[in-house]
Design a protein around this ligand. Structure first.
Ligand SMILES: [Zn+2]
Length: 455
């Protein structure tokens, strides 16, 4: 899902350095008597409670949420928030959970009136790609290294060779599936991380923070996570989605995206006397696809490279349709991808002058980078928070969109934070408990940076 693996290279020196850092961190935590153990316990037990609830969403539904079963988790989150003492909690008619934790800064504190309200967002649904019914998480404490057998599907183990990100996690706790479902770390890890951070805010009055706003959304996986997002009710000036992957990875750049439909109208006749009359729309469509540059495809590009992706072709002799995705990190250059398609269409028109070919482009989502750069605090404070949390943060571009792309465009700058989850939307999905713990600490430290940075 995400690009650019973390810096955890597996050289021997790297591993040794890693252990030394881990030992130092453990020592410092012991000295400060921070409730770090309890963060790991709390986030894991919440996570295990949430993943057994089936919340799969469904594309092309008329309703929000797209499936009523998502509400099973939304309602549990409402109950748990109230149980933690959060009084302002709402489950709205679309299945969005909104909660608000007022600032506990004393009136004399310089940040009391100056620190903005900061939001935390995760989604309750899981992907329609893989079943989320009867998830049986497998908790591996003190992962010994090597392949991990998935008990419900021994033929398809989680292979260490295909999952190099497992290597630095030897000795730590990993949660996998049983091999028959997805895990749902995307994004129940995010839900558990936010709830664990809320627990800390509610139980530790010495932790000073500004207004904190929480939202759990439905239907992110079917591109409807922000359809009914009520920015006013949410009330945050800056926010973070907790919906990323590898520990330490932060995202403030996504693709800008358009979708494109090329429609070819041909001419169908009886094939027995078709000579010179029939225009086969399928042949025309195939000709167009074959002329799209092959070095501008998702299967041949990575990092910051753009692509044109024909992902669906339907039709018959009379009419054919090609659906494509345009993706570019530079919004202003999205049009160049349209021109690439138009060039191919122009060439094919001269070959098939009787075919009618139209190109229709629609806007999808936009790169959040430009708006985030307007007030870089939201990104800089997150990075500093992750650094203080010992997460070794780094920025990575997302070759896709996040709910933060839409929210940022709507005026709420929303970078994305790692959860420690990997292999989303598959039976090989797994999550690092240490990663979830670092994410909780990143969230808490980031809230602290917001307070500390107000002068
Ligand atoms: Zn997600």
């Amino acid at each position: 899902m995400r690009l650019f693996a973390g810096g955890a290279s597996a050289s021997k020196t790297g591993l040794r350095l890693y252990s030394a850092a881990a030992v130092l961190l453990l020592l410092s935590q012991a000295v400060l008597a921070l409730p770090s153990r309890s963060i790991a316990d709390s986030v894991l037990s919440r996570f295990l409670r949430y993943v057994v609830i089936d919340t799969q969403s469904q594309p092309d539904a008329e309703t929000t949420p797209s499936t009523a079963k998502q509400l099973d988790l939304s309602r549990l989150l409402v109950w748990e928030l109230r149980d933690l003492g959060v009084t302002e909690v709402v489950l709205d008619e679309y299945g969005y959970v909104y909660a608000s934790i007022p600032s506990n800064l004393p009136a004399s504190h310089p940040a009391r009136t100056a620190v903005p309200a900061v939001g935390l967002i995760a989604h309750v649904d899981t992907s329609p790609d893989v079943t989320g019914t009867n998830v049986k998480p497998q908790v591996i404490t003190a992962y010994p290294g090597g392949d991990i057998v998935l008990p419900g599907n021994p033929a398809k183990p989680l292979r260490a060779a295909e999952n190099p990100k497992l290597r630095p996690l030897v000795g730590t706790t990993i949660v996998t599936t049983d091999g028959t479902t997805l895990l749902g770390a995307d994004d129940k890890a995010g839900c558990a991380i936010i709830m664990t951070a809320v627990e800390r805010l509610m139980k530790d009055p010495s932790f000073l923070h500004g207004d904190v706003k929480i939202c759990f959304t439905p239907d992110e996986e079917v591109d409807a996570g922000t359809r009914h997002f009520d920015l006013k009710r949410f009330g945050a000036q800056f926010a973070y989605t907790i919906d990323g992957g590898t520990t330490g990875e932060l995202n403030k750049e996504t693709f800008s995206a358009n979708s494109c439909v090329v429609t070819v109208t041909g001419r169908d006749t009886h094939p027995g006397d078709a000579k010179g009359v029939m225009v086969n729309a399928m042949r025309v469509a195939a000709e167009i696809v074959s002329r799209l540059p092959k070095d501008l495809a998702p299967e041949t590009t990575d990092g910051y490279q753009p692509f044109v992706h024909p992902h669906e072709m339907t039709g018959d002799v009379g009419e054919a349709r090609i659906r494509m995705l345009f993706r570019h990190f530079q919004t202003e250059r999205l049009d160049s991808l349209k021109r690439t398609v138009e060039l191919a269409v122009q060439q094919v028109r001269t070959m098939y002058p009787k075919a009618v070919i139209t190109v229709d482009v629609k806007k999808s989502y936009r790169n959040m980078a430009d708006k985030i750069a307007e007030d870089p605090r939201v990104a800089n404070y997150l990075f500093e928070g992750a650094r203080r949390a010992g997460a070794n943060p780094y920025w990575a571009p997302v070759r896709g969109g996040t709910d933060g792309s839409d929210l940022t465009e709507a005026g709420l700058p929303t970078p994305n934070v790692f959860t420690g989850g990997e292999n989303a939307h598959s039976i090989h999905e797994w999550v690092s408990v240490q990663g979830m713990e670092r994410s909780v600490q990143t969230v808490l430290e980031t809230l602290r940076v917001w307070v500390d940075s107000v002068h």
